[in-house]
Design a protein. Structure first.
Length: 286
């Protein structure tokens, strides 16, 4: 095994153990029928309690949380999901980290937005949209995205990354109504979607950068929340147009690249459609 593969596998096992520990510490003993004594100091369940409920050995489960190379089977992972009361997003995340439903190691490779996708992106005249790569770097965008979120062409390197912008760009923080809820959801979706890239150098470098750059990221990333919700409403506080409401959707590009097309559809609320038309007209005339 080469050094990069070994490092990636080690990182994946450590992340698997840390994720199990975080779920165990969040689960109240009462939800599993365990009566907690008054002198109990451990938050959530103890390791031996999880092992007992899942039907595995305590020592083996301890090794799993410690990130040792114990290679849990699909059956054992399923039992742990049930013991820890994991929801569907958390279950998918656990299996991905264990290398059972996704390849054991994925490397982020440069993504290229081909002509047909660019043509479709630019044809969305009244729908701000952009394409992101597997690390959520913005690769291409249309005029609507510029009108709402600013010109990504003025940004370079990590500054053009969705997570980086969410947590370090003051303008983005002012733009998004209910920023904290959206930032937490973005982080949870980013972790869930990128579990297969744990250990990738570019991915790890971004995490390190964000940990040093954002106190919120630094506080929330270790909580290991995951979600697979890819749609919903976004309320915008635009500096020129004022209040706007969009329905957003993430669409996977089915070419093996892990690219996604993110589309924002303006709603009638807050006169958003008319406001977007005005912004686009002013942008063309400017």
């Amino acid at each position: 095994m080469d050094l990069v593969a070994q490092t990636s596998d080690d990182s994946r096992r450590r992340e698997l153990g840390a994720f199990l520990r975080s779920r165990r510490e969040r689960l109240a003993p009462s939800t599993t029928g365990i009566v907690a004594g008054t002198r109990r100091r451990t938050p959530g369940l103890r390791r031996e309690e999880v092992a007992m409920i899942a039907g595995v050995g305590t020592t083996w489960y301890t090794w799993l949380e410690q990130g040792r190379d114990v290679r849990p089977s699909t059956e054992v992972l399923t039992a742990l999901c049930q013991a820890l009361r994991l929801d569907p997003a958390e279950k998918r995340h656990l299996f991905t980290l264990a290398g059972r439903q996704q390849p054991e190691r994925r490397r982020i490779v440069p993504a290229k937005v081909e002509g047909p996708l660019l043509h479709m992106l630019n044809s969305l005249h009244l729908q701000p949209a952009y394409v992101v790569g597997p690390r959520w770097d913005v690769l291409a965008w249309n005029a609507g995205a510029v009108a709402i979120f600013g010109d990504y062409g003025l940004l370079e390197g990590d500054a053009r990354n969705i997570v980086h912008g969410m947590f370090t760009d003051p303008r983005r923080r002012q733009l998004l109504v209910d920023w904290e809820r959206l930032a937490r959801a973005t982080l949870a979706a980013f972790r869930a979607e990128n579990a297969k890239y744990v250990g990738d150098p570019d991915f790890e470098r971004l995490i390190s950068l964000m940990t040093h750059s954002s106190p919120e990221f630094r506080a929330w990333w270790p909580q290991r929340d995951v979600t697979h919700r890819l749609s919903g409403l976004k309320h915008i506080r635009h500096p020129i147009a004022g209040a706007m409401v969009f329905e957003h959707m993430s669409l996977s590009i089915d070419d093996g690249s892990d690219m996604k097309l993110i589309v924002y559809t303006p709603l009638a609320d807050q006169d958003t459609i008319a406001k977007l038309r005005t912004l686009l007209d002013e942008g063309r005339s400017g």
